[in-house]
Design a protein around this ligand. Structure first.
Ligand SMILES: O=C(O)CCC(=O)C(=O)O
Length: 267
């Protein structure tokens, strides 16, 4: 349909261009309205079934760093997380950013911060998780190797622990990270940048408040953080899922043989 505002296709293409520009400049982007009301309600119901134990996650129901509830790979436990409007739309956006199509969902998790949850998710880059126990400082990996969507299933802001980024750091060598809690040999360890106040300009932090159904997308090298949930009555349900850029990962594996033994998607 064509109106004065242009066709739906034109607007979608404009939106994708904006997301791609922001992702390339800042290392992350905000995606408003990734999923509509009906799809959102379906995901919220699936999420509550996961939290209550109605859907059995067995060992995949764990606590990140022993602190924060993290249910691993919900798309393998409940088809509602595998096949839904959010994942379909995100696959198109990720494909548009990378310049490819047919991107399969590679990894997913639910990270839940209930009202009063005291724990932050410290500043880190996801690529810190690629090495065991931690990727060596100084590594540079392409930001678009992994595209991770963080979909809010509740309205989220700084009070409840929204995603917060430092823009424009994705091409820098990775600052030192440490395992801040949990068993360093365990997949569920929690990673933290050792000196965020020294290695990042925290005055540039961008908190991404979102309405439920909206998302952020960030790359493998984008520094990010989420705070505690300081509220008494607001839940923070996040459905997080990622797509891999096969070309970028193959290039990493080719350049550095040691990377082949690591699963870059473990967190
Ligand atoms: O939801 C959180 O607290 C952290 C999420 C995160 O670090 C990520 O999606 O990479």
């Amino acid at each position: 349909m064509v109106s004065e505002m242009g066709s739906v296709e034109d607007r979608q293409a404009d939106n994708l261009r904006r997301i791609k520009d922001r992702f390339q400049t800042d290392g992350f982007a905000v995606v408003r309205g990734l999923v509509g009301k009906k799809g959102l309600a379906e995901l919220q119901a699936a999420y509550d079934d996961a939290l209550s134990g109605k859907t059995d996650f067995e060992a995949d129901d764990r606590h990140l760093g022993g602190l924060t509830r993290q249910l691993m790979n919900p798309h393998l436990h409940d088809a509602r997380f595998a096949e839904n409007e959010a994942v379909r739309n995100a696959a198109q956006i990720a494909g548009g950013i990378i310049g490819t199509s047919d991107l399969p969902l590679m990894f997913s998790m639910l990270i839940y911060k209930p009202p009063g949850h005291r724990h932050e998710t410290p500043w880190h880059q996801d690529m810190a998780y690629a090495g065991r126990p931690v990727t060596e400082a100084g590594a540079t990996l392409p930001n678009d190797a992994i595209l991770q969507f963080w979909l809010a299933l509740d309205d989220v802001d700084e009070e409840t622990g929204c995603m917060t980024f430092i823009p424009g750091k994705q091409a820098d060598p990775m600052p030192e990270h440490i395992v801040s809690s949990g068993d360093p040999d365990d997949e569920g360890r929690l990673m933290a940048m050792t000196h965020p106040e020294r290695d990042l300009d925290l005055s540039k932090a961008v908190p991404c408040a979102l309405d439920a159904g909206s998302a952020t997308v960030h790359g493998y090298a984008a520094p990010h953080y989420t705070g505690p949930n300081r509220t008494k009555d607001r839940h923070r349900r996040a459905f997080i899922f990622s797509f891999a850029n096969a070309n970028a990962l193959a290039a990493i594996a080719g350049d550095r043989g040691d990377w082949q033994s690591h699963d870059p998607l473990q967190n």
